[in-house]
Design a protein around this ligand. Structure first.
Ligand SMILES: Nc1ncnc2c1ncn2[C@@H]1O[C@H](COP(=O)(O)OP(=O)(O)OP(=O)(O)O)[C@@H](O)[C@H]1O
Ligand SMILES: [Mg+2]
Length: 283
């Protein structure tokens, strides 16, 4: 699947989707009772497609992502990735969590190189790739620093480098920029788009921000409150590469309003007061 800029076309997979989520339900069982987190999730994600997932707090976004990552068993249905049903971490996977999971006693470079150690690979062939990724994400000169010397945005960039190092075909991101200030978030949105357009990765991107979901996604999946179901899937037909000004266009505004309307109708969001727009959903 090519990522040529400015085609304006939404990526469509040929044949079967790369990721097939079929009738997936998830119930957590505990002594305090059962929690139905997901119900009847059906979603196909094309190879190279960027799918944003939006939903109120507690609707099961992280649960779905953990099921895709093989970190959680589904209670019903199945997940097929690259034609193979999986019930464990699939191959070729990169994951970025909401809070970065960097090891403070290792340098930036050694944090990025961690997967190589975990997979017991020869590090010599990978260090150059790690340095290139750090450069791509604007971290040249910080290779020998430690995570505690970095800002939140820089730490999250290191996490992204680590997730990308082994060239995953599927990248799962759970609110990776949720804790960042608006300007850093904008910057990382642009960088993520650039990285994604340069390489045919399939991305599953969980966010609370309607604007971020529309800005980044080929499609936006909107989920209902718990137990999470898919309410609507919106095609984002805005041309790429998208710059931040696209958020000021009538097309972008219409999509954001439409999604906000879905959350208003679900009772998840209250109407904006005193002219202050509501961009975030739930928590
Ligand atoms: N390990 C667990 N055991 C029991 N219940 C859980 C567990 N993890 C999540 N849940 C419950 O499952 C539901 C979905 O949780 P999940 O973390 O997937 O939501 P979310 O959409 O990611 O929320 P947020 O936007 O706040 O991150 C919630 O009701 C939560 O309390
Ligand atoms: Mg979550």
């Amino acid at each position: 699947m090519s990522h040529e800029p400015s085609t304006g076309a939404t990526r469509v997979s040929s044949g079967a989707a790369f990721v097939e989520i079929r009738g997936v339900g998830k119930t957590y069982r505990s002594r305090r009772g059962d929690v139905a987190a997901l119900s009847g999730i059906d979603l196909g994600i094309g190879s190279g497609e960027f799918v944003s997932v939006l939903g109120p707090s507690g609707c099961g976004k992280s649960t779905l992502m953990r099921c895709l990552a093989g970190l959680e068993h589904v209670s019903s249905g199945e997940i097929v990735i690259g034609g193979r049903s999986h019930d464990g971490p699939p191959e070729g996977l990169g994951v970025v969590f909401q809070r970065d999971v960097l090891l403070d006693w290792r340098t930036v470079l050694d944090n990025v190189m961690l997967p190589i150690e975990v997979h017991r690979l020869d590090p010599s062939g990978w260090e150059q790739k790690a340095r290139e990724l750090l450069a791509l994400l604007g971290l040249t000169g910080f290779e020998d620093r430690h995570p505690w010397e970095l800002s939140g945005g820089m730490r999250q960039r290191v996490s992204i480098c680590r997730a990308l190092l082994m060239n995953p075909s599927l990248l799962l991101m759970d609110e990776p920029f949720g804790a960042l200030d608006a300007m850093t978030r904008d910057e990382l949105n642009l960088e993520l788009q650039r990285v994604w357009m340069g390489d045919a990765k399939t991305v599953f991107f969980v966010t609370h921000s309607i604007q971020e979901a529309v800005f980044l996604g080929d499609r936006v999946v909107v989920m209902s409150p718990s137990p999470g179901r898919i309410v609507e899937i919106i095609d984002v037909t805005l041309p790429r590469p998208r710059d931040l000004d696209i958020r000021e266009t009538p097309e972008f505004g219409a999509m954001v309003r439409h999604i906000r309307g879905l959350f208003l109708s679900m009772g998840v969001m209250k109407a904006a007061r005193h002219g202050r727009g509501v961009a975030a959903v739930g928590g």
